[in-house]
Structure formats: structure tokens, C-alpha cells
Design a protein around this ligand. Structure first.
Ligand SMILES: [Zn+2]
Length: 391
């Protein structure tokens, strides 16, 4: 069967990875172990577009996705992440003169980015997200922002907007062209609206065979080229296009136009690079998965204590691939809203990092290398001298 690209419309996606049946959510935290173990699963099979380099789960079933209360995606508990966010907000305010403006954030999560953007630039904000939780926000910025606990859609066309942002949301949407097209329709004839999107970068996922970065919630995977493509296709001119956060994220800033300038930026030309990455991933990912499983299984056989630091989507994906036979001793996270909750599909409880004092782990597996320094300092402060390694 041939599948069409939801990003550019070309036919014949090249299938290169089958993860099998995995939990359909990885950020929904459960209150009971039984519910976590019984969490719905669906198959994930990645196909790559030879025309635009877009990658998608061709078997994605959006009917099983429910972004509701209990969804814990907030990353701003980490000082490293907060620094990144604050610097980006400063850049956006300076570059696009975001002072006393109307800002909309599509998929704002718990709203900490929007609140900081509005507080720093004295802007007015509207955050649209079914999982938003205004009660959790602290500080005066909360007064500048209101939340709509729903999915974004054409009904929001009348909301005032000088700046529309959407961070780490587009990768959860299967029909990317349709979604960007809807935003373009909603903007209509306005020409002064600045639109900013941020998504994870697929390039390093492929090159590093980072199977933990592939999970059900993410049905769409972008390169700079495929991201630029879908905005051009929907009559946006590209103002900024780059990677950030140690090349883990892609950032794009665009403006609506009536007809698109054809000149492409040099960094959009990545079709052959992504094709090479797909070949690397296809060839090596099973070996990488088996390598991790063998290493951790050997440690457990020697009765060594293994902990995982970070209980988000990467952790759920990593442990799903390891299989239920591998018994990790502890899973910890600095997000206190996760403590005591159970991981979907995995059926393991998340604990506070301080619990590691009691475990005295021999190995701590960190789910994102960007947090290694911060986590090492945290371990040092608790007097824990474990080996620390990142996926
Ligand atoms: Zn395509």
C-alpha cells in the first residue's frame, strides 16, 4: 500500500521503522498502576517522504489521542530549560518589537512561556490548549494572560493577534499541511502578523538512532526543509529558520503573504541529508535497542541498581523498547506533579530525585544529554556517586 505525504502531498512514503504497539500517550500520568498497565496501545510505523523529507507515522490514529487533565509536559522545572526559554523570549521581544502587543499561543500547555513573554514585554496573551491549567501559574504575568481550554480552530479567527506562536505542538498533528493552512486562513488578509513555530528536529534522531525520541504522540517529524516547505506551501514567507537547544529544536518565524517568494534558504536543502539519516536509522536502530537492553540486563544480572532520570515521553519510549522483562529500579523526575504517578504503558511509579539516596544507584541513565551537568550537580549535592550516562 502506498501512503501520501501529509506535508507536501507527494505519494510513496518510504517505510523504514516499525516500533510495534506502543502506548498512545506518554505524558498522561495515571493514578493507579492497573490503569497505567491497561493504557491503550497502537502501532507506530514511520514513513519518509522522498520529496520534502517529512517523516510521519503512517498508521497514526488520532481518535485515540486525548489531551486532557493529567497531561504533564512541563519542562520549565529544569534551570537549563528555563535559561533557554528566557533567552528565546528576550530575542523574540527584541527582534519583533513585542511590547504591548496581542499574543496567541496555540498549544500553550501550562502557559509558562506565554506568561513570561507577556510579563517581560507587557503583552496581552491568550493561550489555547485543552490541557492548560491557569491555577498553576504564579506571579503577576498571570493577569496578562487568559486561557481557552480547547483545541485551536477557525472559531478563533476573531481573536486579536500581532504574534501567533505554537511550540512543540505541530509534531502532534498528523495533517500538517491542513493545520498550517487553517492558521493561514484564520489570519486572512492581515499582513503584519508574525508567526513563530518550534518543533523537535528529526535530523539528530535519525543520525543517533534515537529510538527514545520516536513515540506515538509524535506523529510528525520535521527537518528544516520539510518545516519550511509546509509554510511556503501555505503562503507564508520565511523570516527566520534555524536550530537551537543543542540542535534538538527547529525554530521558524514567518509572515503571511499573498504569493510566496521562491528563493529558498541554504539550510532548507536537506532532502539528501535526511535520506542518509533514514538509511542510518533503518540499518542500525535494532542494534542500538539491543545494545541498551543487553547493557542494562547485564547490570541487573550482577544485582546492580539502575535508575532512569527523566520520566517524560523519551522515558516511556525507551522503556517500551526495552520490554517488560527489564526491571529498572527507580524512575525519577524533577517535575513534582509527576511524583507518585504511574507511567502510561510502563506501569512504573515516578519518584522524586531525592529518593535515589535510598536506592544508591550504580548507574543513572539520563533521558536527555542536555541536562547531564544539571543532573550531575543534583546527584553530587545528594552525595550519590553513581555512573551517569545519557541516552
Ligand atoms: Zn512530503
Amino acid at each position: 500500500m502506498s501512503y501520501d505525504c501529509p506535508n507536501c502531498g507527494a505519494s510513496g512514503l518510504d517505510v523504514f521503522y516499525e516500533a510495534g504497539e506502543i502506548p498512545v500517550h506518554s505524558c498522561i500520568m495515571l493514578n493507579r498502576r492497573e490503569d497505567a498497565l491497561a493504557f491503550p496501545r497502537r502501532a507506530l510505523t514511520l514513513g519518509a517522504c522522498p520529496q520534502c523529507a517529512f517523516i510521519s507515522n503512517i498508521l497514526f490514529d488520532s481518535s485515540v489521542q486525548a489531551y486532557t487533565a493529567g497531561y504533564e509536559e512541563q519542562q520549565s522545572f529544569s534551570p537549563r530549560f528555563r535559561t533557554f526559554q528566557t533567552e528565546m523570549i528576550g530575542d523574540l521581544i527584541r527582534t519583533y518589537d513585542l511590547h504591548h502587543k496581542d499574543v496567541i499561543e496555540i498549544g500553550c500547555g501550562k502557559g509558562d512561556f506565554l506568561v513570561e513573554l507577556c510579563e517581560t514585554g507587557k503583552n496581552r496573551g491568550i493561550g489555547i490548549d485543552p490541557t492548560s491549567d491557569p491555577e498553576r501559574l504564579e506571579g503577576p504575568g498571570g493577569e496578562r494572560v487568559r486561557f481557552l481550554k480547547e483545541l485551536y480552530g477557525p472559531q478563533h479567527a476573531d481573536l486579536p493577534a500581532d504574534f501567533v506562536c505554537c511550540r512543540h505542538t505541530l509534531e502532534h498533528i498528523p495533517a500538517t499541511h491542513e493545520f498550517v493552512g487553517m492558521i493561514r486562513e484564520v489570519i486572512g488578509d492581515r499582513r503584519d502578523v508574525v508567526v513563530f513555530f518550534e518543533v523537535p528536529a528529526v535530523e539528530r534522531v535519525l543520525e543517533e538512532e534515537a529510538f527514545w525520541d520516536v513515540y506515538y504522540e509524535h506523529c510528525s517529524y520535521f527537518s528544516l526543509g520539510s518545516l519550511a516547505h509546509v509554510f511556503r506551501r501555505n503562503r507564508f514567507d520565511i523570516i527566520e529558520l534555524r536550530k537551537d537547544f543543542d540542535e534538538q529544536y527547529l525554530l521558524i518565524v514567518v509572515r503571511p503573504v499573498s504569493s510566496v517568494r521562491k528563493t529558498e534558504r541554504a539550510n532548507e536543502d536537506d532532502i539528501s541529508k535526511i535520506a542518509d539519516g533514514v538509511a542510518t536509522f533503518r540499518e542500525g536502530v535494532r542494534r542500538t535497542i539491543d545494545g541498551w537492553r543487553d547493557r542494562l540486563t547485564a547490570l541487573k544480572r550482577q544485582d546492580r541498581c539502575v535508575a532512569v532520570w527523566g520520566s517524560g515521553s523519551k522515558c516511556v519510549s525507551f522503556l517500551s523498547a526495552m520490554g517488560p522483562e527489564l526491571k529498572i529500579d527507580a524512575i525519577v523526575d524533577i517535575n513534582s506533579f509527576r511524583h507518585g504517578k504511574w507511567l502510561a504503558g510502563i506501569g512504573r511509579q515516578v519518584e522524586a530525585p531525592e529518593s535515589l539516596v535510598g536506592y544508591a544507584p550504580d548507574l543513572v541513565v539520563v533521558m536527555n544529554p542536555i541536562y547531564l551537568d544539571e543532573i550531575q550537580r543534583h546527584l553530587d549535592s545528594m552525595g550519590i556517586s553513581a555512573e551517569v550516562t545519557a541516552v
